[in-house]
Design a protein around this ligand. Structure first.
Ligand code: TYD
Length: 135
């Protein structure tokens, strides 16, 4: 099975007036968007995340600046560098994630397939590994 996350192109319209990226439910975003949040002002050297999600799908877009997303599926770890608003990271359910190496100007937009629900989180890595094994 291929790794359940990948960089995807964000449809972008450009002309002499600049660029316009489009994110649309069930189209350029392959799920119904139920929630949008954004992370910014992350102090240098600080990481975010450190949790897994059971059901949640997400599309992460670096609106400004850059950062890395480190994903773990229970056996394999992959790192994705996000640095351009025309490429997002599509994350399937069941992955552990860490967001690291934020530039000072980083703005991380997250589109999510579910409303906020603490029940969907796994906040301990050992528990995440056990959950993957039990699936
Ligand atoms: P958390 O998911 O732990 O952030 P990160 O993964 O970036 O480190 O969320 C941080 C806080 O924000 C926590 O108190 C929960 C709250 N929160 C919401 O209320 N709604 C949301 O949609 C999200 C993502 C977080």
């Amino acid at each position: 099975m291929s790794f359940p996350a990948a960089l995807v192109d964000i449809p972008t319209h450009g002309d002499v007036q600049g660029l316009l990226g489009v994110l649309e439910s069930n189209s350029s975003v392959p799920f119904k968007i139920k929630r949008v949040y954004f992370i910014y002002g992350v102090p240098s050297g600080t990481s975010r995340g450190s949790h897994g999600h059971k059901k949640l799908q997400q599309l992460i877009v670096p609106l400004s600046g850059s950062f890395d997303v480190v994903l773990h599926d229970g056996s394999v770890e992959e790192t994705f560098s996000l640095e351009s608003p025309n490429k997002g990271l599509l994350i399937q359910p069941g992955l552990w994630r860490n967001l690291i190496n934020f530039s000072n100007d980083a703005v991380c937009l997250v589109l999510a397939s579910e409303h906020y629900d603490e029940i969907d989180y796994i906040r301990d890595f050992d528990e995440f590994i056990e959950w993957v094994a039990s699936r």
